[in-house]
Design a protein around this ligand. Structure first.
Ligand SMILES: Cc1ncc(C[n+]2csc(CCOP(=O)(O)OP(=O)(O)O)c2C)c(N)n1
Length: 669
């Protein structure tokens, strides 16, 4: 029944901590159901300990899974997966679910190359009802499944587990709106831990906080009930009035009126760490028809003190830590690390904002991840976390730009996918000069296919009034940001990858870089590499290696995918018969495609006539290296680059094969 198909994993540690005595015997939800109710607390404790033990060795998302241990146990105890579908929004909280559904002994491979995915994934297990990674999709998927179950007459149940952060995403509200109206049998569990990755923000968050802290609601409710008590001791008419008044007031002031207005029955808030209470509530809810929302209050990082204290830091851990103190056990590094591209962005933005008071900035829920925090601290009135709301972030930036502000929208490539229409409709058509700082462009590593920033060049390149650039290194990133900050003719997208920059020494000042112009990095003969973005580092490495063997391969850092530096491409076309384009992005519609489009329409004869006296009547043969047209799974960035052949080895091989081909063709001609 399981869809798991693992490849052998030879290189990473396969250490698996010993599971507790109850957990040891659980390979499926059916095994869990064999436990008597009174052992649910014990199994929850064992599950939590197992998550702590294994993540402390192998890393991964952490706080969110600890927070839903009891909910996970209760859900699998009461519902009947896989017939009943449990959909985990985002999915970073589903470690307990994976461990209880047959993947405990493979969990060491979580997020590693060819190992388990860090998110629920349909191809991995029948218990992963729906693939996730981006937030706020669960209610839509649940509604679709509920309608299908209805049409099929199965009577199977559907549950969506969604966090308070994910609930701020517009799609969640679109789905609530539709589900309440369609009156289908869907259970939405709102897992409210008052946290996104960073502290959750927005009016919804305050509404939920009001319910859970009970400050407003409970006080008002208690006072009204006291008052009603007096009425009730009066005569029959007064009692009837009191009763009517009570229901009206109850609807108005008891928690959940927002969800009720969407057509959901609201239950809660309930303690999400009381597994017995959860089990009972879920059993009751199972037989209640129609759209229902259960509001569960949990603590992110529950049961691991450092994670409860510093919830943002412990959202995810990439290196081993002491499972009691939380202290990092990563080997100390002597080498001073190069700053991450996102940190270079964060620092440069503050410096630019100091000089230019029109600069404002926003992030959809990733202030830590995209390093907007320094700007938010330095200029709290000019930097905004808008919640998990990418579409809104883009149009919000456009609104600011319409009023003359220079908006820097810090956004991950993969999440900007959500804002495509806003890019076209609100930014490009109105020619508003928003700067998009597109983080996590290219493969991101362990988060895998839902998070790779593979498509941004392809989806941006077709939009007019938009510059698309990518720096070769952190100095260029700073200078591109500066140039973009002073450019007001159109929007500008600067893409850069996850992780460390080159470590070069940076100038304090900013310098303008020419728009639409690339740069020759190294001269050469016969073969030219035209690279786009920081992946050009592989070209630098490979060209050096070839030079050591006496073979000169030319390298051009093209800097812009739009506008293309056609002058430089002409020069390359005249000089080289073989050109390799290299990018960390989908080849379909990417930078290489842009070059191919240009060369396909290039009139070589005209070019030769005007620029050179060489006898060349065809454009160079083009080799486009980038992400192939298939889903790229998870692994380290380097493993993935190597797998698809765009790492240094792949590049060397490609050059070698061209050299071999040239030799043969020279010989035979
Ligand atoms: C569309 C989208 N934007 C941003 C993210 C990045 N992200 C992953 S988890 C997360 C926080 C989710 O908060 P919540 O739903 O409350 O879950 P919790 O981690 O608190 O359990 C964010 C912003 C994402 N996965 N999807």
């Amino acid at each position: 029944m399981d869809r798991i198909n693992f490849m052998a994993n030879n290189d990473s540690s396969e250490y698996t901590p010993a599971p507790g005595p109850l957990l040891k015997n659980i390979q499926s939800p059916a095994d869990l159901k064999k436990l008597p109710k009174m052992q649910l607390r014990e199994i929850s404790d064992e599950l939590r300990q197992f998550i702590i033990d294994i993540v402390s060795v192998h890393g991964g998302h952490f706080g969110a899974s600890l927070g839903v241990v009891e909910l996970t146990v209760a859900l699998h105890y009461v519902f009947n997966s896989p017939q009943d579908s449990i959909i985990w929004d985002v999915g970073h909280q589903a470690y307990g679910h994976k461990i209880l559904t047959g993947r405990r002994d493979k969990f060491y491979s979580n997020r590693t190359y060819k190992g388990l995915s860090g998110f629920p994934k349909r191809s991995e297990s029948v218990h992963d009802a729906f693939g996730v990674g981006h937030s706020s999709t669960s209610i839509s998927a649940a509604l679709g499944m509920a309608v299908a179950n209805d049409l099929n007459g199965t009577g199977d149940k559907v549950v969506a587990v969604i966090g308070d952060g994910a609930m701020t995403g517009g799609q969640a509200f679109e789905a609530l709106n539709n589900a309440g109206f369609m009156n289908k049998d869907v259970l939405v569990i709102l897992n409210d831990n008052n946290m996104s990755i960073d502290p959750n923000v927005g009016a919804l968050n305050e509404y939920l906080a009001d319910i859970t802290s009970s400050k407003t609601f409970n006080r008002v409710r208690d006072e009204i009930y006291d008052l009603l008590g007096h009425f009730k001791s009066a005569g029959e008419t007064m009692r009837r009035i009191a009763s009517k008044l009570e229901s009206a007031i109850t609807a108005a002031v008891t928690p959940g009126s927002l969800f009720r207005s969407f057509g959901f029955k609201y239950y809660g808030p309930v303690d999400g760490h009381d597994v017995d209470g959860l089990r009972k509530t879920l059993e009751d809810l199972k037989s209640i028809k129609g759209p229902k929302l259960l509001h569960v209050v949990t603590v992110k990082g529950k049961g691991f003190a450092p994670a409860e204290r510093e919830q943002t830091k412990w959202h995810a851990q990439s290196s081993p830590f002491d499972k009691i103190t939380g202290k990092s056990l990563a080997a100390p590094t002597i080498k001073i690390k190069a700053p991450k591209y996102q940190d270079v962005f964060g620092e440069a933005l503050v410096q630019l904002a100091q000089k230019n008071e029109q600069i404002v900035s926003m992030t959809p829920a990733m202030p830590s991840g995209s390093s907007l925090l320094p700007m938010m601290h330095a200029f709290p009135d000019r930097a905004f976390d808008v919640g998990i709301a990418e579409q809104h972030a883009v149009t919000f930036a456009a609104g600011l730009a319409a009023q003359g502000k220079k908006a820097f929208c810090a956004i991950y490539s993969t999440f900007l996918q959500r804002g495509f229409d806003q890019l076209v409709h609100d930014v490009a058509i109105q020619q508003l000069p928003v700067v998009f700082c597109i983080d996590r462009a290219g493969v991101v590593g362990a988060d895998g296919p839902t998070h790779h920033g593979a498509y941004d060049i392809s989806y941006l390149r077709s939009i007019p009034n938009l510059i698309i650039s990518s720096p070769l290194n952190e100095q260029d990133l700073r200078d591109m940001m500066f140039t973009a900050s002073e450019y007001n003719e159109a929007a500008w997208a600067i893409r850069y990858p996850r992780g460390a920059s080159t470590g070069m020494t940076l100038r304090d000042n900013f310098e303008k870089i020419a728009i639409g112009k690339g740069k020759k990095i190294r001269d050469g003969e016969a073969i030219a590499l035209a690279t786009f973005g920081p992946i050009g580092k592989y070209a630098i490495e490979v060209c050096k290696a070839y030079a050591a063997e006496g073979i000169q391969v030319a390298h051009y850092d093209m800097r812009y995918a739009k506008p293309l530096d056609t002058q430089l491409l002409n020069e390359i076309a005249l000089k080289f018969d073989h050109v390799i384009t290299l990018e960390d992005a989908a080849v379909v519609g990417g930078f290489g495609s842009a070059v191919a489009e240009y060369y396909a329409t290039l009139d070589m004869n005209l070019l030769v006539e005007t620029l050179s006296n060489e006898n060349k009547n065809h454009p160079p043969r083009l080799y486009m290296m980038g992400l192939p047209d298939r889903i790229i799974e998870h692994g380290t960035q380097r493993e993935l680059h190597d797998e698809v052949g765009i790492g240094p080895d792949g590049l060397k091989k490609k050059i070698a094969s061209i050299l071999a081909y040239k030799k043969i063709s020279e010989f035979s001609s």
